[in-house]
Design a protein around this ligand. Structure first.
Ligand code: GDP
Ligand code: GDP
Length: 455
């Protein structure tokens, strides 16, 4: 590195920054209007705008990346939730439950000006049951005079209330320091086979694509493993299913089986549930209804899994209904609409007839293998050296930026850091990604490439 003009500490820093695996998850929960979204905006530093809440507006983004004091984590925002037919208590509880389940730590936001309400008490009971670390944020303490209001919240029995003003940023730094004290470095659920028990699958897709049918099919034909494995099934919404001689954990199956009828906010609720399931899983099996056109909603779900950095398999369901013509158009649609995930293994299934069910497990295994691939530095650099001399970066302004060397900083998904002598254009980055995929077959996994430029 030194010969190439890079400071060794820069190189190590870049590798460390890029090398993280799945990030720990912080959920922000609380009643409507206590300031959850405002606080999330504050935490993520407004790098990504949280869509303004309007009744009935679909919020499909609920997870954001954040960084505080040099540590990175994900934030799940549960704002944007409208009261529905279940009534306020039940809806707050339902959204909080999903978020808490997927979280490694929770910020519970209470409006200090209002004080603790019955709904707040209900959420406290949920938090107790879940046993996750909780930081209590007493929000809307915009100045010193509000501190007394915050102190009343000791009564919730969650420890010290942290007085904050999400709106003005007052106290949020101290609160985040408290969060980092309780947030683990990596997701609580270990990712990997060695100690983590069964691999975790999220079966996701928009309503009516056939998730529950598929689950019933695989669980019905194969032996359903009763929840006996010690320590693996504390979670009643997950289900252990034996497939192809291996036990898998399907996460959040209760949400799939139990059809919750909601009116307002149903889309948001579905998004939150999908996001939570993806966070808990190692691999996402995305179900698409092959009998219908690929929709924006399908795309959003795919994007969610890609952005979460999970291994991915795409299953085209209802294959039994397809005629020649539909099959032809589907192939064209996949080529044009899903080109960005052409790397995902694909299976054409029918939950109704059981068609190609046996192909699901090999596809999942392929995706997980890609997700965990580690390319030795020597091999990577031999490959990069050949690539760069055969296909140099275009000359720009009389200069020709070069990739000097690279390393794989992490897995799950694979993350690379390339060190370059000048700015590397997006087109060339894509070219490198394509060639990396060809060479090392990262089937079924997103890969991340970051480029460091020599000063
Ligand atoms: P959510 O429903 O819990 O996500 O709440 P929002 O973040 O949408 O906030 C609800 C309302 O409270 C908005 O009008 C915010 O501007 C306001 N709000 C949020 N945080 C603060 C705060 O720290 N101080 C004051 N005075 N108002 C706040
Ligand atoms: P979910 O909302 O994603 O859980 O979807 P469901 O499993 O409830 O399925 C929605 C509808 O599609 C039901 O009427 C199912 O019978 C039907 N369905 C599911 N899978 C298939 C399939 O492979 N072929 C056909 N023809 N219909 C299916």
């Amino acid at each position: 590195a030194a010969e190439e003009g890079f400071d060794i500490e820069d190189v190590e820093g870049a590798i460390e920054a890029a090398g993280h695996g799945p990030l720990p998850v912080l959920a922000v929960v609380g009643r409507p209007n206590v300031g959850k979204s405002t606080l999330v905006n504050r935490i993520i530093g407004r790098r990504e705008a949280v869509v303004e809440d309007k009744p009935g507006v679909t919020r499909d983004r609920v997870t954001y990346e954040a960084e505080w004091a040099g540590r990175r984590f994900k934030v799940v925002d549960t704002g944007g939730w409208e009261q529905d037919v279940l009534g306020i208590d039940a809806s707050v509880a339902a959204q909080a439950e999903y978020a808490i389940e997927a979280a490694d730590a929770v910020v519970f936001v209470v409006d200090a000006k209002v004080g603790a309400t019955d709904t707040d008490e209900a959420v406290v009971r949920l938090l107790r049951k879940a046993g996750k670390p909780v930081v209590l944020a007493a929000n809307k303490v915009d100045g010193p005079s509000g501190e007394a209001d915050a102190a009343y919240l000791w009564s919730l029995g969650l420890g010290e209330p942290h007085p904050v003003s999400a709106l003005h940023g007052r106290g949020t730094g101290d609160m985040l320091d408290a969060v980092l004290e309780v947030l683990p470095d990596a997701p609580e659920q270990s990712f990997g086979t060695a100690v983590g028990g069964p691999r975790r699958i999220a079966l996701i897709g928009r309503p009516n694509v056939g998730k529950s049918s598929l689950l019933n099919k695989v669980a019905g034909e194969e032996r359903v493993v009763v929840n006996e494995l010690a320590g693996t099934t504390r979670d009643p919404v997950d289900e252990l299913i034996e497939l192809g001689g291996v036990t898998w954990k399907f996460v959040d199956t209760a949400g799939i089986r139990k059809r919750v009828h909601l009116q307002q906010g149903a889309d948001y609720y579905a998004s939150l549930r999908t996001a939570a399931a993806v966070e808990k899983a190692e691999v996402a099996v995305i179900l698409i209804d092959a009998s219908e056109n690929i929709s924006v909603q399908d795309q959003r779900i795919i994007t969610m899994a890609v952005e979460a950095g999970r291994a991915m398999v795409i299953a085209y369901n209802k294959w039994d209904t397809l005629d020649e013509e539909r099959r032809y158009y589907l192939e064209r649609e996949i080529e044009t609409e899903l080109a960005q995930v052409a790397w995902a293994p694909r299976v054409n299934v029918s939950a109704r007839t059981g068609r190609h069910m046996e192909k699901l497990v090999p596809a999942i295994e392929t995706a997980l293998a890609g997700w965990e691939t580690r390319v030795p530095t020597g091999r990577l650099n031999a490959f990069l050296g050949e690539l760069v001399s055969a296909h140099p970066h275009p000359v720009r302004g009389g200069k020709q930026p070069r990739i000097l060397f690279g390393t794989q900083a992490g897995t799950k998904p694979p993350r690379f850091v390339l060190f370059a002598s000048g700015f590397i254009e997006a087109g060339y980055r894509r070219f490198i990604e394509r060639r990396l995929r060809e060479e090392f077959s990262f089937e079924g996994t997103p890969i991340h490439i970051s480029v460091r430029v020599r000063e």
